[in-house]
Design a binder for this molecule. Structure first.
Ligand SMILES: NC(=O)c1ccc[n+]([C@@H]2O[C@H](COP(=O)([O-])OP(=O)(O)OC[C@H]3O[C@@H](n4cnc5c(N)ncnc54)[C@H](O)[C@@H]3O)[C@@H](O)[C@H]2O)c1
Ligand SMILES: CC(C)[C@H](C(=O)O)[C@@H](O)C(=O)O
Ligand SMILES: [Mg+2]
Length: 361
């Protein structure tokens, strides 16, 4: 039994729908195991711009700094797409990652046997895929200075790829530690044939390798890695890379599992942690009650494990998700012939029910 304070930032588009669905499962777990999950909501993204004129209000930041963990839906949408980059909803997300110093973004990509037909890859290539992308989250092109759009006769724009040694080292170490308790294989992804930042990245991976002699290391250029993920996804174990490459590769990895709606994530720092699905606010399906809540439900499972050390509770949720998929229930994004299509809330209710059954048995 424990008391855990969770800051809940629902955000925009499908954000509120998927977060509410995931909270149904969390509440059920709390009741069954006798935990008190204290939820406090904060505004972020477009909704915060509308109500507070900023994508990350100070009170939201304070709430997150005080919480034991943060659960986030998604931010952004067409309504705010014409705002300048530094005023957009996405700036709220980048601001919170930086303020909480969430440097290691864990994005596990797993192909569920029951969903093998939903994968865009051939069954024999997709099956057995189970790897985790460790994406650096506080540096790179996302935060480097100088940046901006300027004019000198014609318009030009600058973004700066920037990493310090310590920023690289801490995320690389985290990735080695994760690989060590998995299948002991680390793939480091860079573009060191062109970029100095990548050359430094590769040097640091080589240095850290000495401290983890039990882990096999492979280096891949990002363009080659994008191809290898499609060609041989089941051979990867842990992939470590920078912020920009990690953003792209993790969407690519996600879809191997059948839908972006399946991929959870944990963003970990030394003092704080935030959990969110990898996908965005999906404006095309917002408000229809059809978004897949599984990525968010699995993000809640990651929160229970990584922030609260509740391994059993976390694993019960993961098992419940697998069971519901095996029973043939699908949201539209992962549906195929012969499956039963359900909506967002119904999917969460089915998963809660399986959590109950697993705990009875
Ligand atoms: N972490 C975040 O908050 C986050 C992440 C990515 C994009 N975004 C923002 O979201 C907005 C839309 O971006 P986008 O369209 O490029 O990416 P997206 O991830 O929102 O959507 C891409 C596609 O995947 C589908 N999809 C995504 N999540 C789904 C789910 N749970 N169930 C079913 N289908 C799902 C969408 O319907 C869409 O067709 C933009 O404003 C973008 O900046 C936010
Ligand atoms: C919305 C955007 C700022 C964000 C990112 O690029 O990090 C998103 O794509 C993600 O993957 O979480
Ligand atoms: Mg992304």
């Amino acid at each position: 039994m424990g008391v855990y304070k969770i800051a809940v930032l629902k955000g925009d588009g499908i954000g509120p729908e998927i977060v509410e669905a995931s909270l149904l499962v969390l509440k059920r777990v709390g009741e069954i195991f006798g935990h008190d999950f204290v939820l406090e909501e904060g505004l972020i993204g477009g909704k915060a711009i509308d109500e507070k004129c900023t994508p990350l209000p100070q009170e939201t930041l304070d709430l997150c700094l005080k919480a034991d963990a943060v659960l986030l839906g998604a931010v952004g949408g067409p309504k705010w797409d014409n705002l300048p980059t530094d005023k957009r909803p996405e700036k709220g997300l980048l601001g919170i990652r930086k303020a909480l110093d969430l440097y290691a973004n864990l994005r596990p990509a797993k192909v569920y046997t029951a969903l093998i037909d939903a994968s865009p890859l051939k069954k024999e290539i997709a099956q057995g895929t189970d790897f985790i992308v460790v994406r650096e989250l506080t540096g790179d092109l996302y935060y480097g200075e100088p940046r901006g759009i300027f004019r000198n006769g014609e318009r030009y724009a600058i973004n700066t790829m920037h990493y310090t040694e310590s920023q690289i080292r801490r995320v690389v170490r985290k990735a080695f530690e994760i690989a060590r308790v998995r299948r002991k294989k680390l793939t480091s992804v860079d573009k060191s044939n062109v970029l100095e930042v990548s050359a430094l990245w590769r040097e640091i991976v080589e240095e850290e390798k000495q401290n983890f002699p039990d882990v096999d290391v492979e280096h891949l250029y990002v363009d080659n890695c994008a191809m290898q993920i499609i060609k041989r996804p089941s051979t990867f174990d842990v992939i470590v890379t920078g912020n920009m490459f990690g953003d792209i590769l993790s969407d690519e990895a996600a879809v191997i599992s059948g839908s972006l709606g399946m991929l959870p994530s944990a963003s970990l720092g030394d003092k704080h942690a935030l959990y969110e699905p990898v996908h965005g606010s999906a404006p095309d399906i917002a408000g229809k009650g059809i978004a897949n809540p599984i990525a968010t439900i699995l993000s809640v499972a990651m929160m229970l494990k990584y922030s609260f050390g509740l391994e059993k509770e976390s694993s019960v949720i993961e098992q419940a998700v697998e069971r519901v998929l095996q029973m043939g229930y699908r949201t539209p994004d992962i549906s195929s012939e012969g499956t039963t299509v359900v909506g967002t809330t119904e999917m969460a209710q089915l998963i809660s029910k399986e959590v109950e059954k697993l705990c009875e048995g």
